[in-house]
Structure formats: structure tokens, C-alpha cells
Design a protein around this ligand. Sequence first.
Ligand code: DX5
Ligand code: ZN
Length: 225
Amino acid sequence: MPRHTDCCINPSILSADFVNLEAELARIANADAVHVDVMDNHFVPNLTIGLPVVERLRAVSPVPLDAHLMIADADRWAPAYADAGLDSVTFHAEAATAPIKLARELRTRGARAGMALRPATAVEPYLDMLTELDMLLIMTVEPGFGGQSFLEVTLPKIRRARAAIDGSGAQVALQVDGGITEETIVRAAEAGANVFVAGSAVYGAPSPAEAIDVLRAKGRVVRRR
Ligand code: DX5
Ligand code: ZN
């Protein structure tokens, strides 16, 4: 039986109106955090926002910031996001030369340390460093764009990651990102995820706040069993 300790819904502002970000944040005030997708057009074939905008988002956001850095050379650039006072900073394992050193640096600078894996990146090589992490993000689409379909092929990896986290005794959140809907959130939760990023499912809904409540109820189903 899964032993989830919480169920968090983190809407992604990638699907929000970039001209009205402060107002878009106000629409998701009942979220657990706001997921901020930083892309550099090198690690992924898309470009979004960088540190100056993220700093302003942090200043006006009603909820904590959960930064997802889809950027090359994470060792060099990620620490500045922790210095900006973000609650959580997630770098990609594929973009980090020294992931343990980087995770420690993020924690030292006051952020929760997250590490992300692309859909085809195995979790096994990283299991010994779970204690260095506050969150493991398993991408359920290829990173780069919102609005893609959930990759069912990632479910066994989510299950293996959940088993390893529970076995380690470490307090590591298991986040999934990409293609999360009212349907796929149930399968991801059953597999062991407990933090859910949702872009189009939240900002594409008539009421983002209501969509958050519905997703949270669905993501909690596993826990009640
Ligand atoms: C994709 C981003 C996701 C994306 C999710 O690279 O990391 O956070 O915004 O969007 P949806 O929920 O629409 O798949
Ligand atoms: Zn993301």
C-alpha cells in the first residue's frame, strides 16, 4: 500500500497568459505551489523566462515557487535560483555534471533540492543519492512544451522510484510533470507520485481554482485506500 504523506497540485504557468502573470498567479491561490518552467533553448528546443522574471514572480506570488530548470550547465546556473529565495529548485540530471554537489549547494542556499529525469532516463543510477534530494521529478512527457499527452511508458519508473523512496526512509517528494489530467493523475498517483504538475489541465479550465480542487481530490484517492 502506498504511504503518501501529501498530495500537491502545482500548476505550471507555462500555460498561463505571459502578459498577465501576476493576475494568473492570483487565479491559482489554492495551489500548493506554482511550477515555473525555465527553458534555455539548449537543453530543450524552447525558450521561456529567466531569473529576472522568476524573481518578480516570487515577489508577487501567493504560493511558493517550484522552479523546473530545463537548462544546460545546471551546475553553473541553478544556484542563483536558490539565492532568489525559491522554495524548491529542480535541475535535470542529464544537465548536471556533479548532481550531488549541486543538490547540496541548493540546500545550503536555502532551497529544497529537486532533480528531474527525462522520460527515457533510468532512475536506478541515482537511487543512492535519494537522501541528497527533497524531490525527484519524473517527466511524463518529453520536456519542452505544454499540452502533450502523458507517456504511460513512464509508469513502471514511477513505481520503482516510489518503492526506492519508501525503502530509503528519506523524505523525498515524487513529482510528475506533463500530460496530467483528471484521468492520468489517478494512474500516476496509483504508481506512487504525490506532487502533480498540471499546465493545460489547470489554465485551460474555465476555473483554474476549481480544476486544482478536482485534481487534488483525484490525486488523493490512492491515499485513502
Ligand atoms: C514541459 C513542462 C511542463 C508543462 C506541463 O516541459 O515541464 O511543466 O508545462 O504542461 P501540461 O500539463 O500541459 O502537460
Ligand atoms: Zn515543468
